[in-house]
Design a protein around this ligand. Structure first.
Ligand SMILES: [Zn+2]
Length: 307
């Protein structure tokens, strides 16, 4: 049986390569439409192809809509599909949240059944290894489908982006610490004010997990967990630079973090910037949003996944 599986796998790869080579139509097909049209995953073994912001996946599985310590939200989007490692991680973290004192977790978007770019929202979430977790501690875990559409999360960050709101609690820090301490995690994105707060009490012992918590725009209503490429996902691209590189081996509680509440919010006037020695450049080409990608922009396996 393993031999047959290997042969089948090799055939599938050959077919996929073939499809990429002989099918110029792939460059005409919008990837978010082709992948997003599927309501179910492929039944191939779980594999993440490409990068978090340019890829797709085989064999994703749906996070059960409700469990003892979690509920999946916004079910109408059908984005509660993840790599099995992500589903295990989320269920483990929800139990950890329950130990910390929350009822569990409200879990937002993971991926579409076959991954790929989504028609709205996210640039990433394309390979079943990204998940959004609401900052709102669950009040109940028996929300109806309709309630999961209408209920909103809460912002833990103030409107001026410099501080936190009364929705932030010490237990949020505990949940984030638990989330980032798991070795399956590559990084977690939060609003800068959240990380600044967590840095306030950090000790050297906190370096390894705190390093994984990264400031970014938004992410005040939810935090975003990104897992490492799982073992055996040979075609999954590890993100670079690593969090260790980004923080020079430290915890990231440095000037690059404070930038988010200084220059990012109040850019220095042009006169204080160092004079430019080179002539003005041509405007940079517009960066395409992943929803504009064609199948030819994605790893070759994605043409097969979209079939
Ligand atoms: Zn996200």
């Amino acid at each position: 049986m393993p031999r047959i599986a290997t042969l089948l796998g090799a055939t599938a790869i050959a077919l996929a390569a073939c499809a990429g080579a002989v099918d110029p139509a792939a460059s005409q097909v919008n990837a978010s439409q082709a992948l997003g049209a599927h309501r179910l995953a492929t039944d191939a073994p779980a594999q993440s192809y490409g990068s978090y912001a340019r890829g797709c996946a085989d064999g994703l599985q749906p996070l059960p809509e409700s469990g003892p310590t979690w509920q999946a939200m916004r079910l109408s989007r059908n984005r509660n599909w993840g790599h099995p490692e992500m589903l295990d991680y989320l269920q483990d973290l929800s139990r950890e949240a329950a130990r910390i004192g929350w009822a569990g977790l409200y879990i937002g978007d993971i991926s579409q059944p076959r991954g790929g770019p989504t028609s709205s929202g996210h640039r990433s979430h394309q390979i079943g290894l990204d998940a959004d977790i609401w900052m709102l501690p669950p009040g109940r875990l028996d929300l109806s489908r309709a309630e999961r559409e209408s209920l909103s999360s809460v912002s833990v960050r103030s409107a001026d982006q410099r501080g936190l709101t009364s929705h932030w609690t010490p237990s949020h820090a505990q949940v984030l610490r638990a989330a980032a301490s798991d070795p399956r995690v590559d990084r977690i994105f939060v609003a800068a004010a959240v990380k600044i707060e967590m840095c306030r009490t950090a000790t050297p012992a906190d370096t390894s997990w705190l390093q994984r918590i990264r400031p970014i725009q938004g992410h005040n209503y939810h935090f975003h967990v990104r897992l490492r490429c799982p073992a055996g996902s040979r075609d999954c691209e590890t993100q670079t630079p690593t969090v260790a590189e980004l923080s020079n081996g430290g915890n990231g509680c440095d000037d690059t973090l404070r930038w988010w509440v200084t220059d990012y919010l109040n850019p220095p006037p042009p006169s204080t910037r160092p004079p430019s020695t080179s002539p003005p450049e041509e405007p940079a080409p517009r960066r395409r949003h992943p929803r504009e990608y064609t199948l030819a922009d994605l790893p070759r396996q994605c043409s097969q996944v979209a079939q």
